[in-house]
Design a protein around this ligand. Structure first.
Ligand code: TXA
Ligand code: MG
Length: 349
């Protein structure tokens, strides 16, 4: 199919939102910007649209999609009930990078929820995503707009790389402000459970609703020991190899001095190094040095990680070593994505 690419300007936002609405109503797909990463959207109430999303991504269809809404009232008909703690979290963090899991209402097809009886819902704060959703008469199911297994897309250029010819429309609004996907919390069971770390931290959630359990499958130890898959994560997407550049990646931990010394000894043109801006000059011999943000501001790591991982694919490096960014205050979200990109591969030097 021929993909239309539309760059947003101050003047064409309403027109772009109307175009998206038409595509959704015809069962088509739109890649659109959100504050976290780009999404690959289709009508959440149409099982055929969900099938098209899985096909465009090359994604296993047991991996449920997040349903996006533009206001609180659009969420209500999609769920059986809204628990009290969910109301508190929605008031505190919506619109924004928080996805909440509820028991689903019958109107949401099981194709959208990967066969589950629950549904994930999110209200993005990105101005265009929000406008688009408010103009759409149907809620929008949207996974991240990347081919399955690749790093999520944080610019329209990434989306074009992965999905040109596979979707009807791509809306280009520059780089994603946050850069990692939403935090996911499950409120469909007895205890609130964190299923995916994101920009909103566990501590921020706990400040609003009290104790939050962490799904054992997303604990760092489980990812590093390869147990994350056996643990049957409650967010099915967390079991797949993910975010990975083509060359194998290893996270290097230890003291800061030891890590730097180890990376400096890898002076081979075929070796890529992932580090922070402040350290770029420390590795003059290395093949390709890529930075993911600054150690003085961990938010920049979230913003740049996926673009950094993707950029290795434009080089001919055969191996990649990443500094363990937790040494420099990286968030739980960044470390989760980095360890997953490494397929749990971490060494201590
Ligand atoms: O920031 C985000 O959340 C982005 C933007 C586009 O909104 N979307 C996103 O979607 O990251 P995706 O499909 O790449 O990741 C959704 C994750 C998957 O791991 C999936 O298994 C999990 O959410 N998920 C969705 N519905 C679920 C449910 N009912 N129960 C448990 N996990 C669910
Ligand atoms: Mg994804």
């Amino acid at each position: 199919m021929k993909t239309k690419i539309l760059k947003l300007t101050d003047e064409n936002r309403e027109e772009a939102a109307a175009l998206c609405r038409d595509v959704f109503l015809q069962g088509g797909l739109v890649a659109f910007p959100t504050e976290t990463v780009y999404g690959l959207g289709g009508n959440a109430l149409d099982p055929t649209a969900a099938e098209r999303i899985y096909a465009a991504k090359g994604r296993p269809s047991d991996n449920p999609l997040i349903v996006h809404v533009g206001n609180f009232s659009a969420a209500r008909p999609l769920v059986k009930r809204i628990p009290r703690k969910a109301t508190k979290l929605m008031k505190a963090f919506w619109p924004g990078p928080l996805t909440v899991i509820f028991e689903k209402a019958a109107v949401v097809p099981e194709k959208t929820t990967g066969g589950l009886k629950t549904v994930a819902i999110r209200m993005p704060s990105h101005p265009f995503a929000n406008l688009m959703l408010r103009r759409s008469p149907v809620p929008v199911a949207a996974p991240s707009a990347n081919r399955s297994g690749r790093p999520s897309t944080t610019s329209a250029a990434h989306v074009i790389e992965d999905l040109d010819g596979r979707v009807d429309l791509i809306i280009d609004d520059g780089s994603s402000p946050i850069g990692v996907e939403s935090t996911i919390i499950d409120l469909s069971g007895k205890e609130p459970t964190l299923l995916r770390p994101g920009h909103i931290s566990k501590e921020e959630l706990e400040a609003v609703i009290g104790p939050v359990k962490v799904d054992p499958a997303i604990e760092t130890a489980a990812i590093l020991s390869g147990k994350a898959c056996e643990e049957r994560p409650k967010a099915p997407g967390m079991k797949y190899r993910h975010y990975a550049p083509k060359a194998p990646l290893t996270v290097v931990g230890g003291t800061e001095e030891a890590v730097i010394r180890f990376l400096q000894s890898q002076g081979d043109q075929k070796t890529g190094i992932l580090t922070v801006e402040e350290h770029r000059a420390l590795f003059p011999e290395a093949g390709t040095v890529v930075t993911a943000g600054s150690r003085s501001d961990s938010v920049t790591m979230e913003h740049e990680l996926f673009a950094a991982l993707r950029s290795f694919d434009e080089t001919d490096v055969k191996t990649i070593y990443a500094e363990d960014l937790s040494l420099y205050g990286a968030s739980a979200a960044v470390m989760n994505r980095l360890y997953k990109a490494a397929g749990g591969n971490r060494i201590t030097v």
